[in-house]
Design a protein around this ligand. Structure first.
Ligand code: SAM
Length: 217
């Protein structure tokens, strides 16, 4: 998916991926990772996810990366917060207490020289087409310090479609992508069954949300 695809999604408010509630896997498993308070959590492809507020409520700071200025503007305005903006070489950084959101292409994140001890990915890996995913996994390996932990939430559904996100990324692929640099542990899955419209309509046989912990070696 190119940047144009995502800008259009935000411009036309086709943001079905945005959740009104905090992700169930996040609230269930995050504390288990033992991430120290005040740790800055890297949130790639962050959208305007409310999960970022939840993480700040747990005592963390957020470094989010998002292409769309509309997403970032909405994130802050919906929270009733007025951020400071600063132009950097490759990004515009929007800051407010607890949050640094970098507007721009996550794949330029190396240029900032930042390193993190924790990360959270919900609907980021699964937003990327298959050929882009290995580069995403390598970038995360560079951005995370040894011992850093990451909570990864993916989707696993069948039959698989390759045209547009969300893409299915199952346990075998997660291990293939991250196994060289991370210790990958499957934490649990949520089987949506006929509660999922794609299953109810017969489009999908199953549609599951999977959660993994990744520890940087
Ligand atoms: C499927 S959405 C998920 C958003 C968020 N993680 C959530 O859970 O709601 C993917 C987001 O990534 C953003 N995005 C896509 N490619 C990106 C890139 N290369 N750099 C930064 N953001 C990107 C899109 O604009 C979109 O908001």
């Amino acid at each position: 998916m190119d940047a144009h695809f995502w800008h259009q999604r935000w411009q036309s408010s086709r943001i079905g991926f945005h959740q009104q509630r905090v992700n169930e896997h996040l609230s269930r498993f995050w504390r288990q990772l033992g991430v120290a308070e005040r740790t800055e959590v890297l949130v790639p492809l962050c959208g305007k996810s409310r999960d970022m507020h939840w993480l700040v409520e747990q005592g963390h700071n957020i470094a989010g990366f998002e292409l769309s200025p509309l997403a970032i503007r909405d994130f802050f305005s919906e929270a009733g917060v007025i951020p400071q903006r600063q132009e950097l070489e490759h990004y515009c950084r929007w800051q407010a207490p607890g949050f640094s959101l970098y507007e721009g292409d996550f794949f330029q994140a190396d240029t900032l020289g930042l390193r993190f001890d924790a990360a959270y990915d919900r609907a980021a890996l699964i937003a990327l087409p298959a050929p882009v995913r290995p580069g995403y996994a390598r970038l995360l390996a560079r951005l995370l310090n040894p011992g850093a932990t990451m909570l990864l939430v993916t989707l696993d559904y069948a039959p698989i479609q390759h045209e547009s996100p969300p893409f299915s990324v199952n346990e075998a692929e997660v291990k293939r992508l991250f196994g060289a640099d991370f210790e990958v542990v499957f934490l649990g899955g949520i089987e949506e069954g006929s509660a999922n419209p794609r299953v109810a309509s017969g489009e999908c046989e199953f549609f599951n949300e999977l959660c993994f912990s990744l520890r940087r070696r």
